[in-house]
Each structure stands twice: as C-alpha cells, then as structure tokens.
Design a protein around this ligand. Sequence first.
Ligand code: HEC
Ligand code: HEC
Length: 174
Amino acid sequence: MMSTKTIIAASLVSIVIASGCAVSQSYKEEELGLRKVDLYSEKTVVAEATSYSKVAPGESKMMQRSFENAPPMIPHDVEGMMEITKESNACLSCHAPEVAEAVKATAVPKSHLYDMRNNKALADVSQARYVCVSCHAPQSANEPLVKNEFQPEFRSKDGAVKTNLLDTLNEGVQ
Ligand code: HEC
Ligand code: HEC
C-alpha cells in the first residue's frame, strides 16, 4: 500500500510534468492569426490580389446559387459596365426581359418587375432594383482561408439555377 504522502508527492510530480508539457507547446505571434504576420503591425499585411472573371458575357459559365433564391453571382466580366447611372445601365441592355432571350442572358425575374411596397406588378424594372450590383456581385477566384462548410438545400429540382422568389415570398407568413 502506498502511503498518503507518496500519493500526494506522485500527483504533484505528475502535475508538474503535465504543466511543463503545456508550457513547451507555445506559438509565435506570427503563427496565431490567419494572415500569418505580426499581429501588432499592418505594415507587412498584403491582401491577395483579386482575380475577377475576364470572360465576356455570352461565354461565361453560370454559377450555382448559394442557397434557394439567393441573388445569382455575376459570372462574366463587368469591365466597362460600371458605373450604373440614371442615364445608363449596361446590365439592363442585356438582362431586361425584352432583350434577354435574344442575347441568351437570364432575364430579370418577376420580383424585379414588382413594387413590393404597394403589391403591384410594374411595366419596368423597379427603381429599388436599378443598381444591380448592390445585390449581384462578380466573384474573385481566390482560395478561402477558412473553408465554407455550408451546404444549401434546394426544395425544387432546379433551385440551384433558377429563381421563384415572387411566388414563394409569403410562404409560411399567411
Ligand atoms: C452584353 C450582354 C450583357 C451585359 C451588358 C451584362 N450581362 Fe449579365 N449575363 C449575360 C449573359 C449572356 C449571361 C449568361 C452567362 C453567359 O453566357 O456568359 C449573363 C449572366 C449573368 C448573371 C447570372 C445569371 C444566372 O442565372 O445565374 C448575372 C447575375 C448577371 N449576368 C448580372 C449582370 C449585371 C449585374 C450586369 C451589369 C453590371 C450584367 N450582367 C451585364 C449578358 C450580359
Ligand atoms: C435588392 C437586391 C437586388 C437588386 C438591386 C437586383 N437583384 Fe437581381 N436578384 C436578386 C435576388 C434576391 C434574386 C433571386 C430571387 C428572386 O428575386 O427571384 C435575383 C435574381 C436575378 C436574376 C436571375 C433570374 C432567374 O430567372 O433565375 C437575374 C438575371 C437578375 N437578378 C438580374 C438583375 C439585374 C440585371 C439587376 C439590375 C437591373 C438586378 N438583378 C438587381 C436581388 C437583386
């Protein structure tokens, strides 16, 4: 039988060993953050260069929607299409319903031709939707530092490539 003293001494020794191990596992400042540089200075921080699609409209490959009825990302080059002004909106010259089919672009959906405040259909794209790029954005080809594990679930078969927000907007509300 071990005496109480021996047991106490043995546990003290193991605590010392255990804490010794914990201390030896140390990290440098540069290893802590995702950017792997000194955390106290911005001087050496260099953002990865953005790399937007250079593929012309008509030749780009559409991206899967991030979730049901998410605004689709812009797959093509937008060079020369910005900025959107009162007088000119390049996006509409291809995506307006009356021209879209002819240029093989996706037409703006019904929700963009609808006045949500007064619940009525409009003849033209709603002014609230005029600045397309406040919701639709191009994507830069960069590797994310933290992988996104989100998996969207689409209720309809073509939910990853099509939109039906105006038809489903009030689901579960009424
Ligand atoms: C010259 C015609 C043209 C112009 C201008 C244009 N697009 Fe496009 N857009 C297309 C075509 C065609 C596609 C289909 C993909 C392809 O073929 O490249 C497309 C695809 C898209 C998509 C993806 C649609 C989907 O269903 O996934 C979005 C979003 C989009 N464009 C937004 C915009 C915005 C915002 C602008 C203005 C900054 C714009 N486009 C300007 C022709 C155009
Ligand atoms: C306030 C945010 C917002 C603005 C501004 C906006 N959109 Fe959208 N867009 C959406 C959302 C959300 C969807 C998908 C759900 C829906 O509305 O049906 C969508 C869908 C689309 C689609 C896919 C249609 C389909 O049948 O799959 C196209 C193309 C599109 N928008 C083009 C445009 C263009 C061009 C403009 C500018 C004239 C614009 N959007 C302005 C939010 C916006």
